[in-house]
Design a protein around this ligand. Sequence first.
Ligand SMILES: [Zn+2]
Length: 318
Amino acid sequence: MIKYLPNIYPDELLYSLFCRYNIYSGNITHKMSFNDLYTKRSDVPSQEFVGNLNADIMNILDNIYDIRKICINHTMFQYYARFFSKERKCEALNTIIKGNCDTKNVFSILKRYDIDNYFKYCPLCKKEDIEKYGETYWHRIHQIRNMRICTKHKCKLHSSNIKITGSSYIFYDAQNNTSNNDIVFIDNTKIYNFSKYIEDIFNYDIDFNYDIPIQTILCNVFKNTKYQKGLQRHISKFVDDFTIFYKKIGINNIPTINQINRTLLVGDRFDFNTICLIGYFLNISSYDLVHKVYSKEEIEKENKTHYNKKNTNIKSFS
Ligand SMILES: [Zn+2]
């Protein structure tokens, strides 16, 4: 039985709201809070999504905020589903609303590395949150993979000790699990521009009717670069230059050649990180990466240049 549900803050992860609920509820164990919110004790919900909530909390959230809006604005849905096809986006949203805990079957969730394994936070956002709300919370924007700075304050994000998607579900709130670390300002235009790019892409409203394949957008720009001559694509050279470029600006979570191939050539991978890194390297604006429109004919024409079961006469080069 829900005792009291605090208001959700801007860009707050739903998990973070539940962590604050655990504090305000007066429950003496995490288990009690878990039972207040979830249907099955055996479930291990992902902190990035919703999980199998019980009818009580589901009704409260739906009445106050609309559960659909909670999923879009307070989970990492916009990260994982951003580049899905129209059908897959809708399907994924419906699945997480229904409380599917096995999100790995809905989204392709790649392994996290280094600092991205943990909840990150900005010490100045924390200070501002406390001044404004009396407490801080986990911000979604800071949890994006490869996000290293807070673009609002131009300072380094810190890593907490709290692992994202651990094997158990504990309510680790931001207020008690972050410290007042030193503020390290980052005066580096390249890392700022890249961080702003991924932030903008994450934040654009998701259009459930938009259905331009990301492969079309990327390949239409790729074909006019030095990495493509006619139908021959020099992916190895592209990956070499791409890797050097990102290592230089301090990005460590760089996709493999296989992930790049699957995204660009095969067109069956929709990983946010891989796509943003390719888009930024190809100088595609954040707006175009999410909104660019191509005609049906243009999409088909581009598709025919790729090797797939239908186009057996086309070779892909690496
Ligand atoms: Zn900040």
